[in-house]
Design a protein around this ligand. Structure first.
Ligand SMILES: Nc1ncnc2c1ncn2[C@@H]1O[C@H](COP(=O)(O)OP(=O)(O)OP(=O)(O)O)[C@@H](O)[C@H]1O
Ligand SMILES: [Mg+2]
Length: 259
């Protein structure tokens, strides 16, 4: 079953295209990574899939429904936005933020109760954050805020997960834990994942497909394109190293700075 269909889509702002003519289909049990240099439109693509911005051209369907139409399908997607730090004085506790993930499910007028709180605590426990449940979210570190947002996204038992650089700014141990949690959800529920990242190595074992976005060029398809030096050079504009160690491949992109 096709979960997300991106059909010959062009995206941009003020009539200026950032991405042009992109097509790919996300199916059940797919794990897609979206990679590419800064400013090539990864977040823009995700926002378009969520129906937050309208394509200049082409069509996007989620669970068979055009995203611009009013349908419930958008609510089936769990979304962790790219790092946006909460204001230090943001008036909500971690628990409140995780519980906002329940509103879609409960409907606007039903308040979360004991059952919901227990489930939120369970998720926070899994992420090693239980003791922070009553802390003001704005006073947590960036990595802790990321985890709280992942807990919120998972809370609603989504049928697809979209994660925009969920591990950036997260320490190595917590990063492993976060990826472990995402893997657990992915394997147990078989729900498709879209994972934007600048470092694919920690998730290489999960990736089934990839979208590579460059400036004025892109590639989308099976995971093999991640190991295609020619495509990588086109996307990143420089040589990318692929090293093998203990039977596993690693992609070494180094730091990329677009002038
Ligand atoms: N709201 C907006 N209005 C106008 N231009 C925008 C807007 N949001 C993004 N852009 C531009 O669109 C391009 C793509 O931005 P986007 O945030 O999608 O990049 P990205 O690939 O997610 O980058 P990064 O790796 O830094 O997160 C950039 O040139 C950016 O400046
Ligand atoms: Mg981005």
């Amino acid at each position: 079953m096709k979960i997300i269909e991106v059909k010959d889509v062009s995206l941009g702002y003020n009539g200026k295209a950032v991405v042009e003519g992109l097509s790919f289909d996300v199916e059940e049990k797919d794990f897609w990574t979206i990679v590419g240099p800064n400013g090539t439109g990864k977040t823009t693509l995700i926002k378009a899939i969520l129906g937050l911005i309208k394509p200049i051209k082409g069509k996007i369907l989620v669970f068979g429904c055009p995203v611009q139409k009013v349908c419930r399908h958008r609510k089936m997607i769990g979304y962790v936005p790219q790092m946006e730090k909460f204001d230090p004085n943001f008036p909500a506790r971690v628990m409140d933020v995780v519980l906002t993930g329940s509103y879609n499910k409960l409907g606007a007028f039903k308040m979360p109760g004991k059952k919901e709180r227990e489930r939120a605590l369970e998720l926070l426990r899994w992420l090693g954050m239980e003791e922070l449940a009553d802390h003001p979210i704005g006073k947590l570190s960036g990595g802790q805020q990321r985890k709280a947002l992942l807990a919120r996204a998972l809370f609603a038992e989504p049928r697809a997960l979209i994660l925009d650089e969920p591990t950036s700014g997260v320490d190595i141990v917590s990063q492993e834990k976060l990826i472990e949690l995402i893997e657990k959800v992915y394997r147990e529920k078989g729900l498709p994942v879209l994972f934007v990242t600048h470092n694919v190595n920690p998730i290489l074992h999960l990736i089934t497909n990839a979208v590579l976005l460059g400036f004025g060029k892109h590639a989308a398809g099976s995971r093999e394109i991640l190991f295609d030096r020619k495509i990588l050079r086109e996307i990143y504009g420089k040589e990318i190293e692929i090293v093998s160690q203990e039977g596993r491949k690693y992609i070494i992109t180094g730091d990329y700075h677009h002038a």
